[in-house]
Design a protein around this ligand. Structure first.
Ligand SMILES: [Zn+2]
Length: 126
């Protein structure tokens, strides 16, 4: 997953192939406006470092996408993989819910006390 250097010629070719349209906001990239080559599928998620995976994007759109979407997605994928491979132990105790609140009807009519049950019967004559 090494990032290769992309030549000016290749950058220009990609820009022209996408007709100078930002693949994130679908807006036109204006002359002298800063833009990046963005990986449609991030490298860390198995995206290709070339071909159709490289698309032009406004620098601001690209940074927003990286910070708000790509990095959290990559982090989630890494956590999921670690759990899948058993590198991250499962919680020792299951997560418990708070349970159901007692209803007003139940509070008004609590379960009646039942008579105590005899656990054994004494046998006479022993
Ligand atoms: Zn954009």
């Amino acid at each position: 997953m090494s990032r290769r250097r992309i030549s000016t010629t290749e950058r220009l070719a990609i820009f022209k192939r996408h007709r100078g349209i930002c693949h994130l906001c679908h807006g036109k990239i204006a002359i002298a406006e800063l833009w990046d080559l963005s990986h449609g599928i991030p490298l860390e998620l198995g995206g290709e470092d070339g071909g159709d995976n490289l698309q032009p994007a406004h620098r601001s759109c690209h940074r927003d996408q990286t910070a708000k979407v790509d990095l959290p997605t990559i982090a989630r994928a890494k956590r999921r993989e670690a759990r899948h491979r058993g590198a991250r132990p499962a919680p020792k105790r299951p997560i418990r819910s708070a349970g159901f609140p007692a209803s007003a009807k139940r509070k008004a009519n609590p379960t009646p006390e039942l008579p105590r049950r005899r656990l054994f019967v004494e046998v006479e004559g022993r």
